[in-house]
Design a protein around this ligand. Sequence first.
Ligand SMILES: *Cc1c(COP(=O)(O)O)cnc(C)c1O
Length: 232
Amino acid sequence: MYYIMLTARISSVFKKITYAALRSGRNPEEIKLIAVTKSQPIDKIIESVDLGLRVFGENKVQEAKQKIEKLNEFNFNIKWHMIGHLQSNKVKEAVRLFEIIHSVDSDKLAILIDKEASKIKKIQRALIQVKLSEEETKYGINEDAVEEILELSKKLKYLQIEGLMTIPPYFVTPEDTRPYFRKLRQIKEELSQKGYPLQELSMGMSNDFEVAIEEGSTMVRIGTAIFGPRIN
Ligand SMILES: *Cc1c(COP(=O)(O)O)cnc(C)c1O
């Protein structure tokens, strides 16, 4: 029964991604789906791999590590993204587990990631998490501090910043998130014009990913719309 629901949800999400891209004049292939598996059990993740999903997001290093180790036994060709706040004492583990870290939110963290990545000679791909509202989101840096991290990261050989990420406040009406997504794209475009090589915009979750795609998202992070409610 779950498998059938999962099939329907995944195809519905892909359809919505495709239509949102097409109605805003974009190529649907520019948008990567990151299936957010936090609080979801291993067997559901395996079923979703069977149904074609290949990129997964987790927000806690410890939980991710357990899942990744289990799934490694199957030799699936899958990738993991770190989408939650990264604590200093988890950086070493994180650079071993994740293809992309979406949540660089301080100079200190950037330096630490570079240091740990250098030890294993890995170029760690990452995004800067930007905080665009005062109230709701706890993590992320203010807009005016983004360039400082980009400037610093020029000197960090093993940290490769590829774009920006944001988590807007939750709104019942998805349309209300549009100004936040538009703002993140503007910040990215301004910095690109200054010569920083930013390609990715990680924005959009279950409730608002279509709006995010219309505003230029290249990575949507979707949990409940694929797996159903999280069990805690
Ligand atoms: C949980 C989470 C998501 C997915 O949220 P859904 O509303 O379930 O799609 C996306 N991004 C981050 C950073 C998250 O923590």
